[in-house]
Design a protein around this ligand. Structure first.
Ligand code: OOB
Length: 582
């Protein structure tokens, strides 16, 4: 059983409940936040050599011993060697424990692509503290949810960054979540909070074991893309995640000479571990942090640091392809560009090799676990037309129909999976677990795929109601809940619309309470932002409509309603009707 802490904080509940009123009992076993794999499988994964009893704390220390003088992380003017990173991680671990945090406590990490992201998370791993990763775009709606669902005791952020005041968010968060005692500011003016440098100073010179955690402990909680409601928390263990790093590094041909340009937000599973910055550190290579995926910034960093590979979502790739056509950049060090997070269309895939002079690698993965790669030596057809095959021989892939019966080979169906690095349950969310897992422990990915005779997966679409906006996943239900909370909104349905650049964008159909005087679209958008919702979730387009056909019946079947509205929109050539906003 998953240890239950407090009530899950669904959006609807959050609209009515003040956080301070939530009563959170003590954790029973704070180091095992994951649903364990069955005993027999644990034995098998260990015997097969997948789970080797390694922890992140030890891993960094071993790298520091063997290649301490090599540069591990570059970001802005900062260049840290493995030895320096190791020392900083130790100081942070000791400093946080000295402040009263205890093994198993959750710490929200809300940092952009800066070197302190790496020192902080390794500090947490080493202390046996459990990072909860938030994306820089998340705001109080999401962070508050993590603080409640994860019962976080600390929050690490970057003061002012990218025009947003994360320190201010921290103050609001603490007012709402009194159990969140510690706020650490990793960069810039800490204001009333504690500077990371202070934590480091307090921990300097204190000897700690290389890892307070055990390999089968939960290492961290990752945010799900979220198909229904708010993001769910995905527990991953040291053993299961390090297995993916080892295999990803091998599949992607990483060595100590690899230089990874981390262009996407590093809290996301793709640039984190496929093989990402953690896989690069696993291989003893160098991680170069870019504040943005924009080619202006990235091309310069590639030339300066001689980056050998990077990972991108399709819209960022389009910008790179466009910028590269104009020439003038030395991209000669690049060997591989990985693309994932959303479907890459073959027409674009075909241009990657000739324009960027690299090998394209498609990556189809999910924070919940399963990751598929095209292999670097696959033929062109496979690389262009498939999204790869799984990492592990023990990744169990099932493709089923609506009744969970396997489809005929090669036919599209719902992808179910389980294996040595795919979660068995979300943390503290029994309702989501009942929906998202079969009785046999398969995770329902929500993706519609088909499998080729060679075992490669081709993503055909999504079953659920979510919008994949440039790789950022948006739950239609979550956005509808926010719209419904507006006093002048009677009903709302959010759908995805194809978009040439983003892949998909969001469109909200709204029935105003007073159809004579509907609110303006800009007003609704501003209001949603003010509710502290990540900007990428604010609908790109809002269309006011007097009614949804057959509302009474459809109210109980929002999925059918969404499908109908989306079909209508596409049939109309996506032309916004009067009252729509761009
Ligand atoms: C990655 O992880 P998440 O958790 O943000 O999103 C997972 C979902 C998948 O279920 C699928 O719907 C979509 O994103 N997706 C793709 C895709 N890669 C992910 N859809 C089509 N083609 C692809 N190549 O997005 C993620 C995690 C690890 C590695 C790569 C991506």
């Amino acid at each position: 059983m998953l240890p239950a802490i407090g009530r899950p904080w669904g959006v609807t509940a959050s609209l009515r409940t003040t956080l301070a009123a939530i009563d959170l009992p003590d954790m029973t076993d704070a180091t095992h936040l994951h649903q364990p794999w069955p005993e027999g499988l644990v034995r098998h994964y260990v015997a097969a050599g997948y789970w080797r009893g390694e922890t992140f704390g030890e891993l960094l220390h071993e790298r520091a011993e063997t290649c301490g003088g090599r540069i591990a992380v570059v970001g802005g003017a900062t260049r840290w060697s493995y030895a320096e990173l190791d020392r900083r991680a130790s100081d942070i671990a000791a400093g946080l424990l000295a402040r009263g945090l205890r093994r198993g406590d959750r710490v929200i990490v809300h940092l952009p692509n800066i070197p302190a992201f790496v020192s902080v998370v390794f500090g947490l791993f080493r202390a046996g503290l459990i990072p909860v990763y938030a994306l820089p775009a998340h705001r109080i709606a999401e962070i508050g949810h993590f603080a409640v669902t994860g019962h976080a005791r600390a929050y690490v952020c970057a003061g002012q960054y990218g025009g947003f005041d994360y320190g201010g968010l921290a103050t609001t968060l603490q007012a709402r979540c009194p159990w969140l005692e510690h706020v650490v500011v990793a960069q810039g003016d800490p204001g009333q909070h504690t500077a990371l440098t202070e934590i480091e100073r307090a921990g300097a010179g204190i000897d700690l074991p290389w890892s307070a955690a055990a390999a089968q402990d939960t290492a961290f909680l990752q945010a799900s893309g979220g198909t229904t409601g708010l993001p769910k928390l995905i527990p991953r263990t040291h053993d299961d995640y390090i297995y993916t790093l080892r295999e990803s590094a091998r599949i992607c041909g990483l060595t100590a000479d690899s230089v990874f340009l981390c262009a996407l937000p590093m809290a996301h599973n793709f640039p984190m571990s496929s093989p990402g910055f953690l896989g690069t550190l696993y291989a003893g290579g160098r991680v170069v942090l870019s504040p943005s995926p924009s080619p202006d910034v990235c091309f310069q960093l590639i030339a300066q640091e001689r980056a050998t590979f990077s990972s991108l979502v399709p819209p960022a790739l389009l910008l790179w392809l466009e910028a590269a056509r104009h020439g003038g950049h030395d991209l000669s060090s690049l060997r591989v560009i990985q693309v994932g997070g959303a479907k890459l269309i073959p027409e674009v895939a075909r241009r990657v090799g000739p324009v960027l002079r690299v090998t394209l690698q498609q990556v189809f993965g999910m924070a919940e676990g399963l990751v598929n790669y095209t292999r670097l030596d696959d033929d062109e057809d496979t690389i262009i037309h498939t999204q790869g095959r799984p990492i592990s021989p023990d990744d169990d892939i099932l493709i089923v129909d609506e009744h969970d019966h396997p489809v005929a080979p090669g036919q599209p169906g719902h992808l179910l999976t389980r294996g040595p690095y795919t979660l068995r349950g979300y943390y503290n969310d029994p309702a989501a677990n009942a929906r998202a897992f079969t009785r046999d422990g398969h995770y329902r990915t929500g993706d519609i795929v088909r499998q080729t005779a060679e075992g490669y997966l081709v993503v055909e679409g999504r079953a659920g109601d979510h919008i994949n906006r440039a790789g950022e996943k948006i739950s239609a239900e979550e956005i509808e809940d926010h719209l419904l909370a507006h006093p002048r909104v009677f009903d709302a349905a959010v759908v995805s619309v194809p978009d040439a650049y983003l892949g998909e964008r969001s469109c909200a159909f709204v029935i105003a309470s007073d159809s004579e005087h509907p609110p303006r679209a800009v007003e609704l958008k501003r209001w949603m932002r003010e509710r502290g919702l990540a900007a990428f979730k604010v609908p790109d387009q809002i269309i006011f409509t007097p009614s949804f056909a057959a509302t009474a019946a459809l109210k109980t079947n929002r999925r059918a309603l969404r499908a109908q509205l989306r079909a209508q929109l596409l049939q109309d050539g996506q032309t916004p009707s009067p009252g729509a906003s761009p």
